[in-house]
Design a protein around this ligand. Structure first.
Ligand SMILES: [Zn+2]
Length: 148
């Protein structure tokens, strides 16, 4: 084993500041589960209280209490929908007016993700997305992109 001989400057060592510094709550962040305020010195990406172990052995972990399987699934779908929305907006902003079925699939679009789908009077499939809609020809699979 190679021993690395590096002198780490004193101020770069991560010290456990623990309870030595008074907690401030100026950021106004709070736990997503129990809504308790999160101290400013905690990592900015922290969304939950730290896991606590009580003297009687009980533990309280807001993060695992919050992320129930249902919530996980919901969040996954929400993320997918946001992705679809921004992909659609990109297409529209780019001035694209048509796309192929391959592109449609490649971009992760799915008719299930549309806000609404229904057949048009010309027997095309209309799929409503945020910011516009798609007109899909069910015979040729040609897709027209229509801005709202
Ligand atoms: Zn909490």
């Amino acid at each position: 084993m190679i021993k690395l001989n590096i002198d780490i400057p004193n101020n770069m060592i991560n010290r456990d500041v623990g309870n030595n510094i008074p907690h401030t709550y100026k950021d106004g962040r709070c736990c997503r589960y129990c809504k308790n305020p999160l101290p400013d010195h905690t990592n900015k990406s922290r969304e939950f209280c730290e896991k606590r172990v009580f003297s009687d052995g009980r533990t309280m972990d807001c993060k695992s209490l919050y992320w129930t399987p249902e919530r996980r699934q919901e969040s996954k779908i929400e993320k997918q929908q946001q992705q679809i929305c921004s992909s659609f907006k990109e297409l529209v902003d780019y001035g694209k007016t048509e796309m192929t079925w391959e592109e449609f699939c490649f971009k992760g679009f799915s008719l299930k993700m549309a806000k609404q789908t229904y057949p048009s009077t010309e027997k095309k499939i209309v799929a409503i997305f945020e910011g516009g809609h798609l007109l899909i020809d069910p015979n040729t699979y040609n897709i027209k992109i229509v801005k709202q």
